[in-house]
Design a protein around this ligand. Sequence first.
Ligand SMILES: Nc1nc2c(ncn2[C@@H]2O[C@H](COP(=O)(O)OP(=O)(O)OP(=O)(O)O)[C@@H](O)[C@H]2O)c(=O)[nH]1
Ligand SMILES: [Mg+2]
Length: 189
Amino acid sequence: MNRGDLAYSALDDRELPTDGWPEVVLMGRSNSGKSSLLNALLNRKTARVSAHPGHTRRIHFYQVKQWYLVDLPGFGYAVGDLADKERFSRAVDRYLKTRQTIVGGILIQDVRRNPEAEELMLRDWAQDRGVPLLVAANKADKLSKTAAGERLDALGVQYRVPVVLVSARTKSGLASIRDTLSGLGLGGL
Ligand SMILES: Nc1nc2c(ncn2[C@@H]2O[C@H](COP(=O)(O)OP(=O)(O)OP(=O)(O)O)[C@@H](O)[C@H]2O)c(=O)[nH]1
Ligand SMILES: [Mg+2]
């Protein structure tokens, strides 16, 4: 298994890794750039970037060292039939509520948007579970430096957790994510 390989793709509990390795979860709205950011961090095109958002229907575990980056499918755009969607959102729900190996969360948010109910629920989830959370305000390349700075301040006020400005496209700001993770003892990015 090489760095950045897809190690597991899970929906049911019995498909989850059993090695107990730490997991850092990438969460956020569909199209916010979770898979793009994961690829940028790993410097490798391993996660599928969707031309049509909402198609990722499994929890994907990418191995870094003896820990995983977990690409959670985005909310907001799910396509497909209702039974499928329900099965899927139940699985994500259960994973977030019960998984003991989650040691950190990165909430990816389009820098141009404000958090909506789902994002704030994820922020509350992290606080309730005591999981350190970093908000990555992505697509900074879409704004001028001044506008991006203003958005960063606004998002900090709304989230009340650390927010960093990043671009999966230009790879700006990724050092702050790497530093945060190495502060949790998670190296190799
Ligand atoms: N300009 C710009 N575009 C980006 C950036 N990050 C992602 N995108 C684009 O945004 C779209 C969605 O990116 P994905 O990485 O597939 O988003 P996702 O959050 O994984 O979406 P789902 O898998 O549907 O939940 C793609 O067209 C990307 O090329 C960025 O930093 N800047
Ligand atoms: Mg994706």
